[in-house]
Design a protein around this ligand. Structure first.
Ligand SMILES: [Zn+2]
Length: 106
């Protein structure tokens, strides 16, 4: 019976992901806040939306393998919103310049 080697916390290689802000350039990921899937759109007429449309808007999300468009905010930098295309397999990211309407989040 083989035994897995014990983890040595001093040997774990922590690599911080760099996120390319369109205004500031590549910055440490802890300066940013992920704000969700960029392709999710609020129903145009909320009062006419069905329960299924609201359920889809509020709760249903894809879990893609590969490229994914996301909303990000450079909260501890320039505070700008932008869309980012990120590969969920290797975390390579390409900043897109489209600007998202700023909104307050708690
Ligand atoms: Zn920035």
């Amino acid at each position: 019976m083989s035994v897995a080697p014990a983890l040595n916390p001093t040997r774990i290689d922590f690599k911080m992901q760099l996120i390319p802000c369109p205004w500031c350039g590549p910055r440490n990921e802890n300066e940013f806040v992920y704000q969700g899937d960029a392709k999710i759109l609020r129903p145009l007429d909320p009062s006419a939306a069905s329960d299924e449309e609201w359920t889809s808007y509020l709760y249903l999300r894809d879990n893609p393998r590969g490229m994914h468009r996301e909303h990000w905010n450079h909260r501890y930098g320039c505070r700008q919103w932008f869309e980012l295309e990120r590969n969920t397999l290797d975390h390579t990211a390409i900043a897109l310049t489209s600007i998202v309407t700023p909104k307050e989040t708690s």
